[in-house]
Design a protein around this ligand. Sequence first.
Ligand code: PLP
Length: 286
Amino acid sequence: MTLAFVNGRYLPLSQARVSVEDRGFQFADGVYEVVAIVGGRLVDVDGHMDRLARSLGELRIAWPMSRPALSLIMGELVRRNGVTTGLVYLQITRGTAPRDFRFPVPPVRPTLVMTVRRVARFGSPTQLADGVAVITIPDIRWLRRDIKSVSLLPQVLGKQQAVEAGAFEAWMTDADGLVTEGCSSNAWIVTDAGVLVTRPADHLILDGVTRRSLLRIAGELGVATEIRPFSVAEARSAPEAFLSSATTFALPVTRIDGQPVGTGRPGNLTRRLRQVYLETVCGVRP
Ligand code: PLP
């Protein structure tokens, strides 16, 4: 039986409930995190908790419990579900109150929901061997994409468009044709000179926890890095492109809008970054 954690209780998933007046449901007034589980351990959990703290702070949502308690429960939920390879989903909303745009006065207890799901792997053998396809779409989101809010409708529509086009992900572009990020991932290219390029983590993208770790790894490996936006045209003609997220790690992108990236094969730097990420962050022995 799969267990969820809802507002202080471990419950069978089928009995896990929040109110119809929850502000997450009514207004998408909440934040979330997705953390990978590898070998029964939470991957990059400090980075995810740091970002959660930031998201909550930006929206002025209180912690439902202390940060150490939250981390402990996350680990306990993974243990109780016996999941060794999977994902934890954590959502915190401003809580349940009669529907009113204004923050509830007095404040109500934030809603905390955690679920755990088994996954077979973080990127299939085919995806790793051949890379994945992305399409490009206009970025129609709000201007605080740095907050990991549960308001994800543009990404829902973008992903669906990608699926219908036979692609894995949609890369969103700004008015200048520069790639912001994927619907649920950060976007990267490698230049002819072997320089790793990804967009700055300002308000226009989500600062991926995986992105941060990959940048640190690149630095440790002595890989030159440029933090700057890149266009769809530059990405199409780049020797390598890839995407990153907690659910995919570094995953090669070999087609953009139906055109091959470089030779159309996954690149060596992508492979190397993924390998080192697996070894050093996920603790997977080579
Ligand atoms: N960008 C967006 C819009 C995302 O939704 C995500 C993950 O869900 C990412 C980037 C990657 O972030 P992380 O590496 O923390 O999973």
